[in-house]
Unconditional design. Structure first.
Length: 133
């Protein structure tokens, strides 16, 4: 083989291998598999639920129309503690879904979960309650 072809093959092989070595977020771990659960500001999932409640604004149109209920939001706490892939997996109303997703996306970084001493990504589901009083 010519030296140029060998160089191209070497570069391609190196890129493929390094992609596998550094892609920690490829696998999502369930809560049962984790050694240490992800933590929000030193607390547990309840701390995050309280933070979401405090930072949620009831959409005026939903309030005016008497819409209320529970939106289930799913998101990933990445291995760097950032929040990714936020979506409403159980909907009540478009306006409530958007607000729930907005609040979760605005979350500060978390302490990531760990498995065998390594930070890993994990998927989390939380309910966001909207109640008119």
């Amino acid at each position: 083989m010519k030296p140029f072809k060998l160089l191209v093959l070497f570069v391609l092989a190196t890129c493929c291998l390094s992609g596998n070595l550094f892609a920690q977020d490829d696998k999502l771990y369930s809560y049962q598999e984790l050694d240490v659960k992800p933590q929000f500001q030193g607390g547990d999932l309840n701390s995050f639920t309280l933070w979401v409640h405090k930072n949620t604004t009831y959409p005026p149109i939903a309030r005016d129309n008497g819409v209320q209920g529970r939106v289930i939001v799913q998101f990933t706490v990445a291995s760097d503690g950032s929040i990714k892939d936020v979506k409403a997996i159980r909907s009540v109303d478009v306006t409530l879904d958007k607000e729930a997703v907005r609040v979760v996306k605005s979350s500060p970084k978390w302490e990531p979960a760990t498995k065998d001493g390594v930070a890993v990504a994990t998927r989390v589901n939380i309910p966001v309650l909207f109640r008119l009083q």
